[in-house]
Each structure stands twice: as structure tokens, then as C-alpha cells.
Design a protein around this ligand. Sequence first.
Ligand code: AMP
Length: 586
Amino acid sequence: MSLEEMAILDVEKVIRDFEAMTKDAENVQRATLKLILEENGCAEYLQKLGLNGRTDPESFKACVPLVTHKDLEPYIQRVADGDSSPILTGKPIPTISLSSGTTDGKQKFLPFNDELMETTMQIFSTSFAFRNREFPIERGMSLQFVFSGKQTKTKGGLLAGTASTNVYRNPRFRQVLKSFQAPICSPDEVIFSPDFHQSLYCHLLCGLLHREEIQLVNSAFAHSNVLAFRTFEQVWEELCADIREGVLSSRVTLPSLRSAMAKLLKPNPELADLIEKKCLGLRNWYGLIPELFPNVKYIYGIMTGSMEPFVKKLRHYAGDVPLITADYGATEGWIGVNVNPTLPPESATYAVPPNIAYFEFVSLNENAEEHVQDEANGSFLSVEPKPIGLTEVKVGEEYEVIVTSFTGLYRYKLGDVVRVMGFHNSTPELKFVRRRNVMLTINIDKNTEKDLQLAVEEAAKLVAEEKQEVLDFTSHVDVSSDPGHYVIFWEMSGDVSDKILQECCNCLDRSFVDAGYVSSRKVNTIGPLELRILGKGTFQKILEHYLGLGAALSQFKTPRCVGPANNKVLQILGDNVAKTYFSTAF
Ligand code: AMP
């Protein structure tokens, strides 16, 4: 699209293109795979797999194995270290994204390139077009709680940042936002500020100064929207004072923020009085958002999956303003777009644009397992079923998503479980169900069984000094109070002093190094980790409970995370807590 064309997004055209493409999803998928393989056929990774220029799905599936991040890590590492030869892609990768996901206790590197940026803009434009048809924005502004971290450089000199930072810092992002006619009301200094708390305060202040123009309130994930208005409850009087006097609160200390905000602030006692009156008139802050921003059309941000627990609070602040969930993607790339914006987040689905990547799906239906005979001993083994194509999935079934992208990921297991809820023309509409192996998650944090294990191993070293050991452990996410927090249960071999156990608790908290967890702990959107020491024999009682349900002793595995619906096990744990410690690590 040229700059002139970009001036205002032609929403009807965007919708027409999407409809045409999704009517022909199978062919578009074939053409997309062909394009990916033509552009990247010379890459070392594909060369050694013997495709020999073939680009059809059948040859592709026959030659290219399913992989996880771990398999691609050595290739991506070489890219990050500055090797610009065609390793995974034909053209060199200019930027690295840091994923929040961790399997082995460290951040994952993933490729980010112009093609992914373009896909991102296509996704944003498509969902905007569908939203705008239902809830048109007219020359307004948006209050976006965006916090763009810094881009750093890898050892090889490539730019590196989280995927959202890489997007926000790309000039194309601003261009496209402009075309939506809802520019962000906050200046760049606020968006790119290194201090999250100061930035949030300034975002709120900018929103209030533009209160009549604000037509949408938005954050990447619902938890930041909720956090923003929780913060407002705490600081509203200070915000009013700033507006009244035209002077920014001394809590904002960064010179760049102070000078940017000074340009916007001038004494406005009428506005301060009005906001004050509105706040005092609210009951328990119900309907806060439309009171503050009378022309807001909707509230936007990812509200499904691990964000679902925030919907209730957001709805409280929103009153009768609609909540619309944002699109479905990962650092690896995009998967689906919300083309049914009138659906509430609880029943939202994501339609897959067939031109953004080549998709395959592995059925997780128990009956879908295939049985093959082991050549060595003739016994039958269960193996995962063969992945199927985008247009072959069945309504009501659950699948793991496999992606082949323009960024050099080929048949990459994303680790997400989705359910097919229906079709938009011939492309499926997916509901996000869960991560395949994440156990501990509250908002943007993701910790796997392995992460928990590493944290427990680390903390257990402290106990070893007292000649004791951790006999068994499990975990639970407690969201009954706000903010939610992790609870780790330990059964010990013998007595350990309070001092050591308190240190263990802090050590556990610090050992979850997932970027989403650490950043949430720093701003207290995840509360202090709790270590509960169990009485002797508690895990034996849990084992007996499972055996009573018919589990085989030989197959029994201690549940490493106890879900909220597992009442019986939660009760056994709860009845046997001897001591409790809260982390003071953050
Ligand atoms: P990250 O790579 O750290 O950005 O995390 C990406 C993961 O976040 C995805 O693989 C999903 O598990 C989850 N996710 C992203 N978008 C959505 C969404 N719209 N609904 C539910 N989960 C999502």
C-alpha cells in the first residue's frame, strides 16, 4: 500500500479481501507454502532436507520433520550471533524477538523480519476493519496502555526486543495506526519510557486531558487494562491535582516524561472539578471507563486464555461499554484474527487468515492416536496422529497448532491447544484452549513443569545444607485474592528452621526467570510466592486418593500443578498445611 492509500484504511476493501481469501483457503494455503519455500529454498535448513525445489504440501510433509524451539535453537543462535548466510531464511534476519516462553529457564530467541511486520499490520487492519463496521471510530483518539521496552543488540549486532517492542518501534506501526484514525493520545516519550509506573501514570493523565476524544481504550493483554484502572483508583486525586494546577506530580521524575507532559498540561480547574465529581459519584468504581471517557466505543485487548480471569473486573470498570478481545498470535507469528467483534470474550473465536503462514493441526482427540507395530518386538505403539491441513479440521475437535512461517520456522510445534468452533467461509474459527505444557500462569507469565522443577531444585539446595530434603512437591495458582500468586507445596523429610524455609520461599520466587513472571512480580501484578509446608504423609494421601479413582500405581505421577477444579486434592493439601511462608524477594 502506498502512503496515500494508507491515509485512511479502506475497511470495506480489507473485509472484501479477507472474504475472498477465506473462501479459497485451501488454494491460498498451497500458494502460501509455495511462496515460503521459493523465498527460502536456498536456506541451509531446507537444503539439507532434500526438497530439491518442490513446494507442494505432500513433498513438504514427507521431507520436513515436526520440530520444537529446541530443535531450531542452534540455527537461531547462529543468526543471533551475526551469521548472515542463508541459514533458516533466504534473506538475512534483521531482528530477534525474545519470547516470554521458557522451557529451560531462559528466554527464547525467535526471528523477526519485514514479512512478520507486514503480517502484523495485516492482522491489525483486518480485525480493525471488522470492528469498525460494528463500532465505527470517527476521527478520535485512543488511550493505549502500551509500554515498549528497549531494543538491545545481540552478540552479532542484531536488534533484539520482545515481539511487541519490535512492532511498536517499527515506523510501519505508527503509519497503520494513523490509518485507523485513532492515534494514541500519549506522546512517544510515554510509550517508550523505561519506567513502567511513571509511564502508566502519564498514560492516564494523557487520557484524561483528551477525555472527550478518546474512542477506544486498549492494551495488548487485558491485565494491563485492569491494572491501569486499579492504579487510577489509587492516584485519581493526584491526577486531578495535576490537571488543576497544570503541574505534573513529583512522582514522575524522568526528565523526558516531565518535558513531554509539560507541553500538554496547563491549569484546567474545570476539568479537574468534573473528573473529581464523576469519581465521587461512582459506586465501587462501576462504569468508571465511560464516566471518564464519554465517547468510548469499546475496550480492546487479549481477553481469552490466561487473560480470562481479568474479564470480570474489566467489565465492572466498563459498565455497558463492549469488551472486544484482540487477535491471537505468538512471538513465532500470528494465528487468528477476531472477525466477530460483537461476541463477548468468553465465546470469542479467531479466524485464521490463510495467507499469513502454512498451518497444520495435530488432533488431540484420544481416538485419533495411530497405532503402529514396533518392528523390533511386534508390540503396538501409540503415536501422535499425522497433522492435517487448515481446511481439514473438524468442528468441536481440539488440536495442537503447527506453523510454517515466513520467518524461517518450518513445521514448528507452537505448543498451543485450540478447539475448532466453526468456519468463516472455508477457514476455521479457533478458540484458544490452553498451552500444551504450561502449568503455572496468571497473566503474561508462563511456567512449565520443567520450570517448576528447576525452581524447586534450586531452593532445595538450601535445605540440603540442613541435611534434609524435599520429599515431594506440587503447585497451585491462587487467584482467589488479588493479585493472584503461585503457591508451592513441599513435604519435607524432617524439621527445617523457619529462617531457611523463608530463604527457600524467596529462592523459589527468584528462580522463575520467565520474563513475564519477573516483570509481573516487579509491578506486583503477581503477588509474592507462597511456600506451604505439608505435614508428613500428605502425598501418600494424594496417591491413595488417585488409586481410589482407579489409577494404576505404576503409572501414578504426582500432579505437579493442582487446578482449581481439583477440589479433593486441594482439600487434602489444605488440610495438611503445617507452615506458610510468603516471599520477600521482590
Ligand atoms: P508470547 O510468544 O510470549 O507472546 O506468547 C504467545 C502465547 O500467548 C500464545 O502461544 C498463546 O498461548 C498466548 N496467546 C496469544 N494470544 C492469545 C489470545 N488471543 N488468546 C489466548 N491466548 C493467547
